[in-house]
Design a protein around this ligand. Sequence first.
Ligand SMILES: C[S@@+](CC[C@H](N)C(=O)[O-])C[C@H]1O[C@@H](n2cnc3c(N)ncnc32)[C@H](O)[C@@H]1O
Length: 199
Amino acid sequence: MSGQNEWNERYADQHLVYGYQPNKYLKQELAKLELGALLLPGEGEGRNALWAAKQGWEVTAFDASDVAQAKANKLFAQNNVWVQYHVTDILHFASNHQFDAIGLVYVHLQKDIQQQVANKLTSMLKPKGVLILEMFHPEQIPLTSGGPKNPAMFADISELKDLYKNLTIEELRKEEIELNEGLLHRGKAIVIRMRAAKP
Ligand SMILES: C[S@@+](CC[C@H](N)C(=O)[O-])C[C@H]1O[C@@H](n2cnc3c(N)ncnc32)[C@H](O)[C@@H]1O
């Protein structure tokens, strides 16, 4: 599976390397929506799923890393929440359901699969469903606060507009923020935040 060993090694640390708190932008935007079915692709150790499930979202999550899944399931059990969490590559994830919201948080993919994934996520949204995305901007590459170093694993603002051209983009901007998300996302960072809805 794409990058599974690398991610398993990263998650071998007993701590939650991206912390316990949900991503701030995802939390802020989900809080504006009515509760429903939420999909979290590339959900890692479960911080976003935990928060969303506690709010009453019906959460489905997946990740390529089985080590991440084990840590996430432990976190859910400790907090008495139920999350359906699969181990699968994003290219192979399939569901009979459509979702009211999808949260794509720091899931950096190779350029050659970005359109295929964008099409898949778009098709998995219900009409009026909302995609909330945060990822590093290409200008993050020289910074040390997290993210990949390979330029082929980024998308810029115009590429995102194109990737998600079948959604109505409600918000899409580059932002300089102070990241404080666990051990691996910390310090000044240049990110992209996007909210887009299915017509
Ligand atoms: C930087 S981490 C972010 C984790 C989580 N979204 C969060 O906010 O804490 C990126 C995650 O994407 C997952 N990932 C990367 N490529 C993937 C792929 N092709 N299929 C499924 N998961 C993938 C990794 O395993 C990793 O857990």
